[in-house]
Write a protein that binds this ligand. Structure first.
Ligand code: ACO
Length: 429
């Protein structure tokens, strides 16, 4: 019988630390009592070796390139499901039957309107505000609109917040975009399904009906499925950290949006496109690769590398195939795609990228598809936020349903000044 504890002795004090087993994946050492028993705590900047919670939502095996939502392989969901069904799966733990799906879709559809005052709120921004800034602030502002039904300790109110957030995120996202280009806001049309409704809110003008190629909605739905959840990534961990304080769902998700914005996370899709545009031509790719390998340059290949996937990102494989299909179907001949393919080809053969296990991630291709779909570059990370809302809120709810939740409060290794006496201003150097 293998030992179910890890035994650690440090500076003459010992701790017997229990192993924690999940249903899949490596076992973990429970260090909750480490400090009490040894007087030491752990140092893990970036949390690469730290599990912050138990979760039954998403499983990743980074070595094998496996991604499961509630046990279902991402490849099967990408091929057979749709975003709303995936959102239900993430929230409820099971795929819906026909009646459950109808009820869920109805609930989402009938919560898509935003309060007219949210429009006024959006009107307060400068016209060139970044849509992520507008989205983040507007979602935080929903706490003010729904303060009477935002109790995180009430299961019904938690569920209502989930429905509202998944329903309203596309409405607010489209409004942020239209505001930036001076177009009037478009109300959500309930006769359309989720993704098509969003595209109408984005692109329909009052003067003529929108002719939408079905390939566009199909591709966007796929991208939403692939981005819907990814276990304890930076933004989801942020949502859980804020949620652990007892903050309401709207405040917690707004924090997740802020975390997503950075180029090391969801902002990478926008950064990829800017990088490809800067490289400009496939013949400049070698120079870009050399720069990315030079630590002094401070330049990284955007859309390459992942904290967890060290062989391939399964989402990138799905999206890569779709990328070509979409460009062909829409008749797009984008020179940036040539740059992207060359970059991918050279990087995958390069010793530095092989040794560092750096492969294209999901954001490397998503930007190219978004561009082909005529989604403006500043909106790329907003697209990610719409999809990830399903995962964020599923994690926020799970956190509240799981017993034994505590406020997230990491420790630090203090490297500052040791105690010293205050000096009057005229006595300071
Ligand atoms: N280009 C060049 N070198 C890189 C890159 C890159 N894109 N990514 C990592 N490296 C190098 C680092 O310089 C480091 O080298 P060293 O060990 O010789 O010092 C090594 O690879 C490990 O890098 P870390 O930053 O420690 O890896 P970490 O797991 O912390 O970071 C991250 C992962 C943030 C994704 C990183 O690979 C990166 O910055 N990539 C570019 C941004 C990006 O595409 N982000 C999207 C992530 S996916 C998502 O959020 C949906």
């Amino acid at each position: 019988m293998p030992d179910k504890n890890a035994n650690l002795t440090v500076a003459g004090r010992s701790a017997s630390l229990p192993l924690v087993e999940g249903s899949q994946g490596p076992s973990c050492i429970d260090i909750t009592n480490l400090y009490r028993e040894t007087g030491h705590f752990t140092f893990d900047p970036g949390f690469g070796a730290t599990g912050s919670c138990k979760s039954a939502i998403t499983f990743i095996d980074g070595e094998k390139g496996v991604l499961l939502y509630r046990g279902y392989p991402i490849e099967q969901l990408a091929q057979k499901s749709n975003f709303l069904e995936v959102a239900y799966l993430l929230l409820e733990g099971e795929l819906p039957n026909a009646a459950q799906f109808t009820e869920f879709e109805h609930a989402i559809t009938h919560h898509t309107m935003m309060h007219e005052s949210v429009k006024n709120f959006l009107h307060g921004f400068h016209y060139d505000a970044h849509p992520m800034a507008m989205l983040c602030a507007s979602i935080a502002s929903l706490s003010a609109f729904y303060h009477d039904t935002a109790n995180p300790n009430d299961p019904e109110q938690r569920k209502l917040a989930a429905i509202r957030l998944i329903a309203k995120m596309p409405t607010i996202a489209a409004a942020a975009y239209r505001y930036s280009i001076g177009w009037p806001f478009r109300y959500p049309r309930n006769n359309l399904e989720y993704v098509t409704r969003f595209l109408h809110m984005m692109f329909e003008v009052p003067s003529e009906p929108l002719q939408l190629n079905p390939v566009v909605a199909e591709a966007l739905d796929l991208l939403f499925i692939l981005h819907a959840d990814h276990e304890q990534n930076a933004s989801t961990s942020t949502v859980r950290l804020v949620g652990s304080t007892g903050a309401n769902a709207y405040a917690s998700i707004a924090a997740g949006i802020a975390a997503l914005w950075g180029p090391a996370h969801g902002g990478a899709n926008e950064a990829v496109l800017k990088m490809l545009t800067e490289i400009g031509d496939a013949k400049h790719v070698d120079k870009a690769i050399a720069r990315a390998k030079d630590k002094e340059s401070g330049f990284r290949l955007m859309g390459f590398g992942h904290r967890v996937y060290k062989n391939f990102d399964p989402r990138a494989q799905i999206i890569r195939a779709k990328c070509h299909e979409v460009l062909d179907a829409l008749g797009v001949n984008d020179p940036l795609l040539e740059v992207a393919l060359k970059l991918e080809e050279v990087a995958l053969k390069d010793d530095y990228f092989i040794e560092h296990k750096l492969y294209p991630n999901v954001d490397f291709y998503s930007g190219i598809i978004y561009k082909a779909l005529k989604i403006p570059t500043e909106m790329f990370t907003v697209m990610f936020a719409i999809a990830r809302t399903a995962g964020w809120i599923a994690h926020w709810i799970e956190q509240h349903e799981m017993p034994g939740g505590r406020i997230f409060r990491p420790r630090q290794v203090y490297v500052g000044a040791t105690p010293r006496d205050y000096r009057a201003i005229d006595k300071r150097p």
